[in-house]
Ligand binder design. Structure first.
Ligand code: HEM
Length: 357
C-alpha cells in the first residue's frame, strides 16, 4: 500500500469540490459565503462528537472521580470551538450588504434555520420542544420534518428523530448531581432525604439572614433613601431563592442540594473537578448565547430588519432565541450562594479528601 498523502488522508479533493453552490459557478463573494457556512458546519460536527462523549461519561450509572476531568476536557473543547465560532463572524462581516444582495435570492428559501446540526446540538444540550421558539408560526424541527419529500430531507429528519431518543447533556448532568454525596450522605445512606432537607432549610435560613443583613447595610449607607423599595427587592429575591432551594420532589431537591453544596465547599479536594465541570457547563451555555447574539448582530449588519431568507421575521426571530436557557439551575444557584464564613458547618469532610490525605 503506498504511503498516505496529506490530501488523501484528509480527503481533500472531495472536500474542496463541495463549494460550487447551486449552479457550480459561485462568484467570489458567494464562494466566501459558502465556505464560511461550511466551516461552521464542520465545527458543529466536532462539537456534536465532543458533546456525546461528555454526555456518555456523565450518563454512566457511576462516574468515578477520576473520570470527571474527561468530561471537563470534552466540554472545554466545545467551549474553545464556540469561542472561535463567535469570533469567526468577523469573516462573514467582510461581505457588504449590497454584495450579499447580488446572490441572496438564489438561495431562497434555504436558511441557517435548516441547520440540522444546530438543532441536533440544541436537542443534545437539552432544549425541549415546548421551549423552542416558533419561527413564522412553525416549529423549527417540524419545519425540517416537512422537508422529508426528498432523500436528503428524509435522512435529516431521521437523524433528528434519533437524536431526540438520546439522553441529553442536561438530563445526564442532573442525574449525576442527584447521585452526589451531600454532607457525606449518598442517596442510599439511611436518612438521606432528611440530611438533604435539613441542609437546604439551614442554607435558606442563612441566606435569609445574610440578605437581610445586606438590606440593613444598604439602607444604612443610603441614609434610609428608598428603604421600602430595597426591602421589597430583597423579599422578592428571597422568594425566588426559596422556590429554587426547596423544589418539590426528592430528586429535584437532591440535585439542587448538590449544586449548592459543590459551589459552596469547592475548596474540598474531591469537589474541585465537579465544581469545574459545573462552571464549564455554564460557560458552554454562555458561549451558545454569545454565538446567537453575535450571529444576530452580524445578520442585522448585513440585512437590517428585512425578512430572513427562510421567511422568518429575521433578526427579530434571532433575538428571541436569546431567551433560551438549558441549565437554568446552574445560573440560579448564583443568586443564593453564601460567603464562606456563613456556610453551614461541614459534615463528613473526610469523604471529600483524596484517599491518601
Ligand atoms: C450574510 C450572512 C447571514 C445572514 C444575513 C443570516 C441571517 C439569518 C437569519 C435572518 C436567520 C433567521 C431565519 C431566516 O429567516 O432565514 C438565520 C438563521 C440562522 N443562521 Fe444565519 N445568517 C447569515 C450567516 C450565517 C452563518 C455564517 C451561519 C453559520 C453558523 C449562520 C447560521 C444560522 C443558523 C444556525 C440559524 C438558525 C438560528 C435559530 O433558529 O436559532 N448564519 N440567519
Amino acid at each position: 500500500m503506498p504511503a498516505p498523502t496529506y490530501w488523501d488522508y484528509l480527503n481533500l479533493p472531495k472536500l474542496l469540490d463541495c463549494q460550487g453552490g447551486l449552479d457550480g459557478t459561485p462568484s467570489a463573494d458567494e464562494l466566501h459565503f459558502i465556505i464560511v457556512h461550511q466551516t461552521y458546519e464542520l465545527w458543529f460536527k466536532l462539537i456534536l462528537s465532543q458533546l456525546r462523549l461528555a454526555r456518555d461519561h456523565l450518563a454512566a450509572p457511576r462516574l468515578p472521580e477520576e473520570r470527571v476531568p474527561f468530561v471537563v476536557h470534552h466540554l472545554g473543547r466545545v467551549n474553545a470551538i464556540l469561542r472561535l465560532m463567535v469570533d469567526q463572524f468577523v469573516v462573514m462581516e467582510t461581505l457588504p450588504p449590497q454584495d450579499f444582495l447580488d446572490f441572496r435570492d438564489k438561495l431562497l428559501p434555504s436558511s441557517g434555520f435548516q441547520s440540522y446540526q444546530l438543532r441536533e446540538f440544541e436537542i443534545l444540550l437539552g432544549l425541549t420542544p415546548e421551549r423552542r421558539i416558533k419561527y413564522a408560526g412553525t416549529d423549527p424541527i417540524e419545519h425540517i420534518r416537512s422537508q422529508a419529500h426528498s432523500e436528503s430531507g428524509r435522512a435529516v429528519a431521521a437523524r433528528l428523530s434519533a437524536t431526540m431518543e438520546e439522553v441529553s447533556l442536561r438530563d445526564a448532568l442532573l442525574s449525576w448531581l442527584v447521585r452526589a454525596p451531600i454532607m457525606g450522605s449518598t442517596p442510599d445512606s439511611p436518612g438521606d432525604a432528611e440530611v438533604v432537607d435539613q441542609f437546604l432549610h439551614d442554607y435558606f435560613a442563612r441566606v435569609q439572614a445574610d440578605q437581610h443583613a445586606t438590606g440593613d447595610k444598604l439602607v444604612h449607607v443610603l441614609d434610609g433613601a428608598d428603604e421600602d423599595k430595597i426591602r421589597a427587592r430583597i423579599e422578592a429575591s428571597l422568594a425566588g431563592v426559596r422556590s429554587f432551594l426547596l423544589p418539590d420532589g426528592v430528586s429535584a431537591r437532591r440535585a439542587v442540594a448538590a449544586l449548592v453544596f459543590i459551589e459552596s465547599y469547592r475548596h474540598l479536594p474531591l469537589l474541585a473537578f465537579p465544581r469545574l465541570l459545573l462552571d464549564t457547563a455554564v460557560e458552554l451555555e454562555e458561549q451558545v448565547l454569545l454565538f446567537r447574539h453575535r450571529h444576530a448582530r452580524m445578520a442585522e449588519r448585513t440585512i437590517g430588519r428585512r425578512v430572513g431568507s427562510g421567511g422568518s421575521s429575521g433578526v427579530e426571530y434571532l433575538d428571541q432565541t436569546l431567551a433560551y436557557r438549558v441549565f437554568p439551575e446552574l445560573w440560579n444557584v448564583r443568586s443564593c450562594l453564601l460567603p464562606r464564613e456563613k456556610l453551614p458547618p461541614l459534615v463528613g469532610e473526610a469523604n471529600y479528601r483524596f484517599a491518601q490525605d
